[in-house]
Write a protein that binds this ligand. Structure first.
Ligand SMILES: Cc1cc2nc3c(=O)[nH]c(=O)nc-3n(C[C@H](O)[C@H](O)[C@H](O)COP(=O)(O)O)c2cc1C
Length: 364
């Protein structure tokens, strides 16, 4: 049986053994940006999930660029050492490629972790001054960000390049710029959050593309470089699919290898129409306009659904977040469905369900 999901994919200078991607997922439990034992276990077990690419959570380029106090960062030697330890472990249990997502939260920083409310930090919770293209808060009652000066903007370009250099040293195969979900790069792109009157407002792609070029210079061509972009702000007057196409084309011209097309989260009042595979339509539109690779994400959970997205040419890869938290063996089970033999860690080889005698009787 053939399967699009389990067909290898050339991504920049690397080859993914299949087209299943573990989507980046913040764990909100780093200490001043440094990962520790939770990440060791979390990423360690996802590393041998069989997915063709494991993306590590949004990791921030400055301390104040973190979303929450628990977010991961790559702005200090300590952060780099901690992340190196985790990735060294990941490499010891799997040969599959591993990527890192780099970001800056901008006006969405200084927030509570999800299980404490996901709101802006209160006065007793060590809030910090957030920054953004314009002093417009994310939602009612949220911190009013300070408008970035041009000097601070160029410092941030350097911060992205500095973190990319650290990621290169750690040995990631893939680097991804977080340009979606209402974080800083997205805030510059959207007319709803960027009301600047200077060159960074006249050309809203100016700052993101400065970051893109700086990171492209640092990141080796024999690895892969991409970005997560937004297909829609889901708000009247905000970015839409045509803007995603224009941005993806600019990324392609700058030498990026792929985009992952997500959407939403620019502002608190966005009305997102969530449904199975609801963002695939944006990925499909972008894919028709570029030659770079395109990843689809969002409410993809069933192997047949994922297989169809690829087989119908709507995207080149599919990323899944919650499906992998729910079932870290998602790829093993999908492989069995398509008659594909994945390499299991030898310690777990006997779990291969299709080889249990009488297994159908006991599996839930
Ligand atoms: C726990 C959790 C953490 C997340 N953290 C990130 C992140 O660090 N970066 C990012 O781009 N998206 C993040 N997301 C969004 C996912 O990567 C994904 O785009 C979204 O959950 C939709 O995919 P799904 O329906 O497969 O979960 C996170 C999602 C979850 C559930």
């Amino acid at each position: 049986m053939t399967s699009a999901l389990f067909t290898p994919l050339q991504l920049g200078g690397i080859t993914l053994p299949n087209r299943i991607v573990v989507s980046p997922m913040c764990q909100y439990c780093a200490a001043d940006g440094s990962m520790h034992d939770w990440h060791f276990v979390h990423l360690g077990h996802l590393a041998y999930s069989g997915a063709g690419l494991l993306m590590v959570e949004a990791t921030h380029v400055t301390r104040e660029g973190r979303i929450t106090h628990g977010c991961s960062g790559l702005y200090s030697d300590k952060n780099e050492a901690a992340l190196s330890r985790v990735i060294h472990h990941v490499r010891s249990v799997s040969k599959n490629p591993v990527g890192l997502q780099l970001g800056h939260a901008g006006r969405k920083g200084s927030s509570q972790v999800p299980w404490e409310g996901r709101q802006h930090l209160g006065a007793q919770e060590s809030p910090w001054q957030t920054v953004a293209p314009s002093p417009i808060p994310f939602g009612e009652g949220w911190h009013v960000p300070r408008e970035l000066s041009t000097r601070e903007i160029s410092d941030l370009v350097e911060a992205f390049a500095g973190s990319a250099a650290r990621a290169k040293r750690i040995g990631f195969d893939v680097l991804e710029l977080h340009s979606a979900h209402g974080y800083l790069l997205h805030q510059f792109l959207s007319p709803l959050s960027n009301r600047r009157r200077d060159a960074y407002g006249e050309d809203r792609m100016k700052f993101p593309l400065e970051v893109v070029r700086a990171v492209r210079q640092v990141w080796p061509k024999d690895r892969a470089l991409g970005a997560r972009i937004s297909g829609s702000d889901w708000i009247e007057g905000g970015l839409g699919p045509d803007d995603a196409v224009a941005y993806a084309q600019a990324l392609e011209r700058a030498g990026f290898d792929y985009v992952c097309v997500s959407s939403g989260s620019l502002a608190a009042h966005a009305q997102v129409k969530v449904a199975p595979g609801y963002q695939v339509v944006f990925a499909e539109k972008v894919k028709k306009s570029v030659t770079m690779k395109v990843r689809a994400v969002g409410m993809i959970a069933d192997p047949a659904q994922a297989e169809a997205i690829l087989a119908e040419g709507k995207a080149d890869m599919v990323a899944m977040a919650r499906a992998f938290l729910d079932n870290p063996r998602w790829a093993w089970h999908a492989a069995q469905r398509y008659g594909i033999k994945l390499d299991y860690p030898p310690q777990y080889a006997r779990s291969r369900y299709d080889q249990w005698p009488g297994a159908k009787l006991v599996r839930p």
